[in-house]
Design a protein around this ligand. Structure first.
Ligand code: SAM
Length: 291
């Protein structure tokens, strides 16, 4: 019986056998610690009937641990050179399917419909390539996929921003964008020593539990997010000034104060102090006046 892929010895042997060289541009930092991998998989709360989607299987370290717990695993890998390696390392797990594709271009909804059972309990579990963390997470959330949860290893700084609460230094448009679709929490932090090569930044495990419906009700989602981005335009400025500068035309400027008053929000507050409910209320008041 082979040792787990993620042990340092076996990983080195696989890399040597295939003469594999890491591509920094693809965010290739492979995990070599089975203990951390088990904690990641534990955080996803999979059952033997769950489906798992992985993004970036690398040489299969996490894929293998997912395969031991889930009914089926589908993994998207962009790097063609890894396909023969995965075929070899994952040969004991016939219920794993590797798809050669850039996940940002993939039709994930269609893949889910084809590869998983109807109403299956599906989770995304991944050690994400750090250069595209935010676009990947936002794609998974915005496409309203039939998935229950997302557990990902990402830069600690990004995990902190996504899970941040109002009034903290990390709270911003990314926190609201993610928390609109999901409950967010940082589960644990991870030292650099569990990867080869070691990344330059600290990492953390982020868990997103998808909501059945968005956290707030808004008439126009795109406008809601536009208001949020405008409110955080310049962090030192008040919400009034940011909205005046970043959202309104000359003729609309006076309407902003009126909308803030109607939403019961002091115009001298800063964007980072507003809760999601307050942003929703403000966006509805602005919508009535602007649209
Ligand atoms: N899962 C492995 C592990 O934990 O050891 C590897 C994780 S490594 C941080 C990121 C992986 O994502 C690499 O295998 C890389 O080739 C792949 N990748 C990078 N960009 C991708 C993209 N846009 N779509 C799919 N995979 C991608």
């Amino acid at each position: 019986m082979n040792k787990d892929i993620a042990t340092p010895l076996r990983t080195r042997a696989i890399l040597e056998k295939y003469n594999f060289s890491f591509k920094k541009s693809l965010g290739q930092n492979f995990l070599i610690d089975t203990n951390i991998l088990n904690r990641i998989v534990d955080s996803a709360n999979l059952t033997s009937e769950s489906g798992a989607i992985e993004i970036g299987p690398g040489i299969g370290a996490l894929t293998e641990q997912l395969a031991k717990r889930a009914e089926k695993v589908v993994a998207f890998e962009i790097d063609q050179r890894l396909l023969p390696i995965l075929k070899d390392t994952l040969s004991p797990y016939p219920h794993v399917k590797v798809i050669h594709s850039d996940v940002l271009k993939a039709n994930v909804k269609e893949v889910i419909a084809e590869e998983f059972r109807e109403n299956q309990d599906i989770h995304v579990v991944a050690n994400l390539p750090y250069y595209v963390t935010t676009p990947i997470l936002m794609k998974l959330l915005e496409e309203k996929l039939p998935i229950r949860g997302i557990v990902v290893m990402i830069q600690k700084e990004v995990a902190d921003r996504i899970a941040a609460k109002p009034g903290t230094k990390d709270y911003g448009s990314l926190s609201i964008a993610a928390q609109y679709y999901a409950r967010a929490e940082t589960v644990f932090t991870v030292p650099k020593t569990v990867f080869i090569p070691q990344p330059n930044v600290d990492s953390a495990i982020l868990r997103l539990t998808l909501r059945d419906k968005p956290a707030v009700d808004v008439v126009d989602e795109a406008f809601f997010f536009e208001v949020i981005r405008a409110s955080f335009g310049q962090r030192r400025k008040t919400i009034l000034n940011n909205l005046r500068n970043n959202l309104a035309t000359k003729e609309q400027k006076d309407l902003i104060e009126e909308a803030l008053q109607e939403a019961d929000i002091d115009p001298s507050r800063r964007g980072e102090t507003l809760s999601m409910d307050e942003f929703a209320c403000l966006s509805e008041e602005l919508y009535k006046r602007f649209k």
